[in-house]
Design a protein around this ligand. Sequence first.
Ligand code: HEC
Length: 283
Amino acid sequence: MLKKLSLSAALTLGLSATAALAAGGAGHVEDYDFSFEGPFGTFDQNQLQRGLKVYTEVCAACHGLKFVPIRTLGDAGGPDLPADQVREYAKLYEVYDEELEDFREAKPVDHFPESALENAPDLSLMAKARAGFHGPYGLGINQLMKGMGGPEYIASLMTGYVDPPACAPDDFDGYYNRAFTAGGIPAECKDENGYSKIEGSWIGMAPPLDDGYVEFDDGHENDLENLSKDVSAFLMWTAEPKMMARKQAGLTGVLFLTVLAVLLYLANKRLWAPIKQRAKDEE
Ligand code: HEC
């Protein structure tokens, strides 16, 4: 009886969680492919460097990366810039020096500045703070298989500025984005219970990217989708700079445990062999 009760309670909880998700208005998240997906995935250094360029030329005007030390741009496994380029890069920013009690040129030891625009969130950890996929109750897609979908969400946000749905009045505040779910939704687009009938919501950020906004020295493709994916990959790196080291440690661990399992199996077999033999003899 008790068991049955808790099972049905769990079911109800699960179902209402799914319902709550659906009621909040779902966002449209594209399942973009990234080089760092899966247990063997690694960051693509060229992509991280392109993403850094997109961030620097576009996003940095409003968004900070206050948890990221500039010197880590030189880390292997990251954008891997040569030391002289890191020093040059640091000079793009000014930081407040507590000792000088004044602003000065940034150095590699400094962190990136905070957001320049007060209501623009810091992007250091954004790729881990947002989930693009929901699961395991999920709306069809499972976090277990695809990861949390942070970078997919950011890329989808960049490409998510589409024509607003017909239910919306022309003068509604903000920019309609089909990936963004935390913004305002006009009453005309809600049902009688106040639930959203549309995908996404209205965001306070004007579309930051479009085809050709940033150009790359090597002539790499720079349409909206490519720029969006590059900056999202870069923000995945800022959020988890040691991802490659983590995966490597995980793989070493799995390998080690596999060898150990084989050894234990053999040892077990040998230890029990005489006893099994005796049992057979007695039969
Ligand atoms: C002109 C200023 C400006 C620029 C440039 C800008 N943003 Fe934003 N961004 C904002 C503001 C303001 C918000 C908060 C919007 C809101 O909550 O309605 C925001 C929010 C965001 C969010 C958070 C969305 C969420 O789920 O809460 C992300 C991610 C983001 N921006 C990424 C970027 C990226 C990547 C770039 C560069 C390609 C960029 N932004 C360029 C002003 C800007």
